[in-house]
Design a protein. Structure first.
Length: 134
């Protein structure tokens, strides 16, 4: 199967670890809202940063599946975190969770620190965009 997208990385730019600088895609869009680190019953199972990331990623995969998309169709993830230091301190665990849930597929990503999320216990919220080949 041919990939529905091409990762974009200008020549001469330093390699980007764990994400792509850009993506070119063609197909049917599947978008998620902001997904936080609670389960389908809207209950937090952990206050651990990496644990909430893992749950958010699992939930994204479930929502994508409802639209006929798979993790390899992801072209963009936008992360909102409440504490960039906690994010940076959890990179090894986040990377492990990411590879377990998404695999070795690294779409374009942005990460923004925010003052707070609507749910007080939430430490991360992720929006996803996927493109399913036509």
């Amino acid at each position: 199967m041919t990939s529905p997208h091409d990762f974009l990385h200008p020549k001469g730019w330093k390699a980007t670890p764990g994400y792509s600088s850009g993506v070119s895609a063609k197909g049917r869009l599947v978008l998620t809202g902001g997904i936080i680190g609670w389960n389908g019953q809207q209950e937090f199972e952990t206050d651990d940063f990496a644990g909430q990331v893992a749950q958010a990623l699992r939930s994204i995969v479930e929502v994508l599946a409802c639209g006929g998309a798979k993790p390899e169709h992801l072209v963009r993830l936008t992360w909102y975190v409440t504490d960039k230091r906690e994010y940076l301190g959890s990179l090894k665990e986040i990377g492990r969770a990411y590879r377990e849930v998404i695999g070795k597929h690294f779409p374009a990503m942005a990460l923004v620190q925010v003052v707070a999320l609507v749910e007080d216990r939430a430490k991360v919220e992720i929006e996803a965009t996927a493109v399913v080949p036509e």
